[in-house]
Design a protein around this ligand. Structure first.
Ligand code: 3PG
Length: 372
């Protein structure tokens, strides 16, 4: 994989820089610029070398406009915006670029051809530039035109953040024993491949969040009104002695909110978080671990159940283990607690982190290595 570092004589060169500027936007305002800020290094590197930079990004919301991101970025660099992706207006905007200037194209997911990795669209996109840089690791699990297609046409390089993500996450593929993996989140189906890989590589795998509900149900516990998704997979995994489940949970129901044993949930109650006593029970394993990997929240963030995730973040941050962590809600908890620098590596990726850990690579990595 070639790196942005290797690029020389960039003056006047047109560079297609694929970024992940998929920041949360509420009522037209960016609520957390973390991802955008992480993208700045590659942009500024290219601008300082007088390249003509074409910024490409998606928003998960395929109807959402990148204008709020443009408003944020233009305060930091000479930047224009074009409400087009690979059409005439985009080509004109790129033509108009001077050395050391950048243009941001509209949300690339507005085009279905991006998602289809359509050959014609890919060629149109590639024709905007002389070379391509992927600095969008969090989107590199997608076989999309701007991730995989263009890398097959133009000379292709990895950006700074992309390299940091691969370097930061790679040690999680070969953890040092004693090792602990912690998986949370809402849907077991999205984490099955990951948990299966982790069970092969890690000494213990703690399962929290709504995913744990599937395991409780598979154990024959009453789960009441709790969210459950994939009981059969949980049943099959239960036999594995590496799996640890939270002993205590926080429920809400007719008796209000209470912390109870996971085996004592009532028919009218819903499990919404792991209880602090579960973290205390996990503390000795955390303290003894040399490597800890954590992805996914322990409670229902939408309903404000952040206490279990916060307590876990504090417990891991205080340990001497090499700790690798990622996933949107997990990240926001760590940020809010001011613990970012207490972890060995904090990934900006969600789904891409899961796929990288499950498979050891991503379509976007393979494309840069020209394996596709
Ligand atoms: C993410 O938020 O994980 C990345 O930006 C990828 O977004 P996506 O799930 O919409 O592809």
């Amino acid at each position: 994989m070639h790196s942005i570092d290797e690029l020389k004589n960039l003056k006047g060169k047109r560079i297609l820089l694929r970024l992940d500027l998929n920041a949360p936007i509420v009522n037209g305002a960016i609520t957390d610029p973390f991802r955008i800020d992480r993208a700045l290094k590659s942009i500024q590197f290219l601008i300082a070398r007088e390249a003509r930079v074409v910024l490409v990004s998606h928003l998960s919301d395929s109807r959402g406009s990148l204008v709020p991101v443009y408003e944020y970025l233009k305060k930091k660099m000479p930047l224009t915006f074009v409400d087009d992706i690979a059409g005439v207006e985009a080509h004109q905007a790129v033509e108009a670029l001077q050395d050391g200037e950048a243009v941001l194209l509209q949300n690339i997911r507005m085009s279905d051809d991006e998602k289809k990795n359509d050959a014609h669209f890919t060629r149109e996109l590639a024709s905007l530039a002389d070379m391509y840089i992927n600095d969008a690791f969090p989107a590199s699990h997608r076989i999309h035109a701007s991730i995989v297609g263009v890398a097959g046409i133009l000379p292709a390089y990895a950006g700074f953040q992309f390299f940091d993500e691969v370097a930061g996450l790679t040690p999680a593929l070969t953890p040092e024993s004693p090792s602990l993996a912690i998986v949370g989140g809402a849907k077991l189906t999205t984490k099955v491949a990951l948990i299966e890989t982790l069970l092969k590589k890690y000494d213990r795998v703690f399962v929290g969040g709504a995913i744990a509900n599937d395991f409780f149900k598979a154990k024959g516990y009453e789960v009441g009104m709790s969210l459950v998704s994939d009981n059969d997979t949980a049943k099959a995994m239960l036999g594995n002695s590496k799996i640890i489940l939270p002993e205590f949970v926080t429920v809400e129901g007719p008796n209000g909110r209470r912390d109870i044993l996971a085996s004592e949930v009532g028919k009218n109650e819903a499990i919404l978080d792991i209880a602090p006593a579960s973290i205390q029970a996990l503390q000795s394993i955390i303290n003894a671990s040399h490597s800890i990997l954590w992805n996914g929240p322990m409670g229902n963030f939408e309903k404000g159940f952040t206490a279990g995730t916060d307590a876990l973040a504090i417990a891991i941050a205080g340990s001497s283990a090499k700790s690798i962590v990622g996933g949107g809600d997990t990240l926001s908890s760590i940020q809010n607690l001011g613990l970012m620098d207490k972890f060995t590596f904090v990934s900006t990726a969600g789904g891409a982190m899961l796929d990288f850990l499950a498979n050891g690579t991503l379509p976007g990595i393979d494309a840069l290595e020209k394996k596709t």
